[in-house]
Design a protein around this ligand. Structure first.
Ligand code: MG
Length: 160
């Protein structure tokens, strides 16, 4: 019997000088970038956790631990491709992914389509199944002061 399942992903990373700012596999021009063991692509990490959550396959840390040298500087879009493989192996099909990145600057809007294409490409689905949004924190709290950025994602899967 076909089943529909939903998962949630939440992530945050510090912004630091001398790091690239990569969101959804797209590099932005910025004096600060996201800090972490991998490329710290906060948006892709939230999407990965939403997908793993929907499939009841644990979380990003259990599959790609930050204590493992294999994942140092990892391209998170590659990790997303690996997760897509796990989903296919588990008999899941991606119905849709919706994600919001929370960052004061730069503006994400002009490159939104590029991000959607990157995520959809890694998942092997049509771009119409992926939606990406961005918001600022209205200068409130740590994200609002530009100390970091966050992302939230939901994913829906269907079993065949
Ligand atoms: Mg992360």
């Amino acid at each position: 019997m076909s089943e529909t399942r939903t998962g949630l992903g939440v992530d945050s990373h510090r912004l630091a000088a001398g790091r690239p700012l990569i969101l959804g596999g797209v590099e932005f021009e910025s004096e600060v970038g996201l800090d972490g063991h991998s490329d710290a692509d906060v948006l892709t990490h939230a999407v990965i956790d939403a997908l793993l959550g929907a499939a009841a396959l644990g979380d990003i840390g259990s599959h790609f631990p930050d204590t493992d040298e294999r994942w140092r500087g990892a391209d998170s879009i590659d990790l997303l491709s690996k997760v897509a493989g796990m989903l296919i192996g588990g008999g899941f099909e991606v119905v849709n992914v919706d994600a919001t990145v929370i960052i004061e600057q730069p503006k994400i809007g002009p490159r939104r389509e590029e991000i959607v294409e990157r995520i959809a490409g890694a998942l092997g689905v049509e771009a119409s199944r992926v939606n990406v949004k961005a918001t600022t924190a209205e200068q409130i709290g740590a994200f609002g002061r530009g100390e970091g950025a966050g992302a939230v994602a939901v994913a829906t899967l269907r079993t065949s």
